[in-house]
Design a protein around this ligand. Structure first.
Ligand SMILES: [Fe+2]
Length: 130
C-alpha cells in the first residue's frame, strides 16, 4: 500500500488473504464515509445552486458505495454480521437493541427512561433469519 493513511500495519507475509481483503474493504469504507462528509460540507458552503445539487448527488452516490462495502464486510465477517443484525433497522433505543435482540441485560446503566417494548416479531430467531 503506497499511502501511509491506508498502509498495512504488519508485514504482508504475516497476514492472511482474508485479513488483507478486510483491510481493503475497511479502508474503502473509511474513504467513502470521508467523501460523504466532504461533499456535504462543500454543498453547505457552496453558493451556486446547481453545483450544490451536483455535490449532494455525489454525496448520495458515496453513501451507496459505503453501503455496498458495508454489506461485503457483513457477508465476510461474523462479528460485523452479528452486530449489524443486532443494531440496524431496529426501532428500540439504540442502547437497548442488544438486550432486545438477545433477551439478556447488557449490564449497562441507561438513562433512556422507561423501556420501550420490542417491536412485535423481533426475536433473536427472526434476526438470525430463523
Ligand atoms: Fe465512492
Amino acid at each position: 500500500m503506497a499511502d501511509s493513511s491506508n498502509a498495512l500495519h504488519e508485514s504482508r507475509s504475516d497476514l492472511s488473504a482474508h485479513t488483507v481483503n478486510m483491510h481493503r474493504a475497511l479502508v474503502s469504507l473509511q474513504e467513502e464515509l470521508e467523501a460523504v462528509d466532504w461533499y456535504r460540507q462543500r454543498a453547505d458552503a457552496c453558493g451556486d445552486e446547481n453545483l450544490r445539487a451536483v455535490l449532494l448527488h455525489n454525496m448520495r452516490e458515496e453513501i451507496e458505495h459505503a453501503a455496498m462495502v458495508l454489506e461485503w464486510l457483513r457477508r465476510n465477517d461474523d462479528s460485523f454480521d452479528e452486530h449489524l443484525r443486532t443494531y440496524l433497522f431496529t426501532q428500540v433505543p439504540i442502547t437497548e437493541a442488544e438486550e432486545a435482540a438477545t433477551g439478556e441485560d447488557a449490564g449497562e446503566a441507561t438513562d433512556a427512561g422507561p423501556r420501550a417494548p420490542a417491536p412485535p416479531g423481533l426475536t433473536l430467531g427472526s434476526l438470525k433469519g430463523g
